[in-house]
Design a protein around this ligand. Structure first.
Ligand code: CA
Length: 227
């Protein structure tokens, strides 16, 4: 597994290098955006970790230049107060994000998800997906929680299905709305999504205030919790 680290902070880069090498991942490093673009396009990486705040060009610009040409997952690294940049990055084709400062465990968890969601593996059509005690069958259009059938509306079923298919990965409001209501979806659909999510949680979660399945990424979207 080969990972590209595009990060100008030398100490953070070395933290990631040591951690990833110890896990058996090979790492290549870029300390600025231009170097990152060149390396991204020169080698086949399994994951690219991209810092948004780079000294020469903005990480979002790096993303837009490399996304059309690289197949692998791109994980954004960004400061906590840059929520809008994260959303823009996710909607521009980044696969996930890490908020600085992050722990070794968080980084490794995101990598596992990123590696699983490589496009090659996405080809297989899943008709049934079970995570923990929640099972969705796309052919039968059914949802079971602990072997109990749960009745969902078509929209609730669709939202749950999308989140489960991308389990572990954050899905932005915009991305979800686009997949459910189509390209011409409106901002008002985001409000409908919130209502749908509240209803869905009431149906599948034992305690909707402490969700076991669907996590809210505040200001960004939702993530189906893996474990
Ligand atoms: Ca930086």
């Amino acid at each position: 597994m080969k990972i590209l680290l595009i990060e100008d902070d030398a100490s953070l880069r070395s933290f990631m290098r040591v951690l990833l090498n110890a896990q058996g991942y090979e790492t290549i490093e870029a300390s600025n955006g231009r170097q990152g673009i060149t390396l991204s396009l020169s080698y086949a990486f399994d994951i690219i970790i991209l810092d948004l705040g780079l000294p020469d060009i903005d990480g979002l610009e790096v993303l837009s230049q490399i996304r059309p040409f690289v197949q692998c997952s791109i994980i954004i690294v960004s400061a906590r107060d840059k929520e809008n940049d994260k959303i823009t990055a996710l909607d521009s084709g980044a696969d996930d994000y890490l908020t600085k400062p992050f722990s070794a465990q968080e980084l490794l968890a995101r990598l596992r998800v990123g590696l699983r969601h490589r496009p090659i593996q996405k080809q297989e059509v899943e008709t049934r997906i079970q995570i923990k005690d929640l099972c969705v069958d796309f052919e039968k259009h059914s949802c079971m929680v602990s072997d109990q059938e749960i009745h969902l509306t078509p929209i609730e079923f669709q939202v749950l299905g999308i989140l489960m298919l991308h389990h572990g990965k954050v899905m932005t409001h915009h991305n979800l709305v686009k997949q459910v209501w189509g390209e011409g979806s409106l901002d008002s659909d985001i409000q409908t999504l919130r209502v749908t999510m509240a209803n869905l949680r009431r149906k599948i979660e034992l305690n909707p205030a402490q969700p076991k399945y669907i996590l809210t990424e505040i200001g960004i979207g939702y993530r189906f919790i893996e474990n």
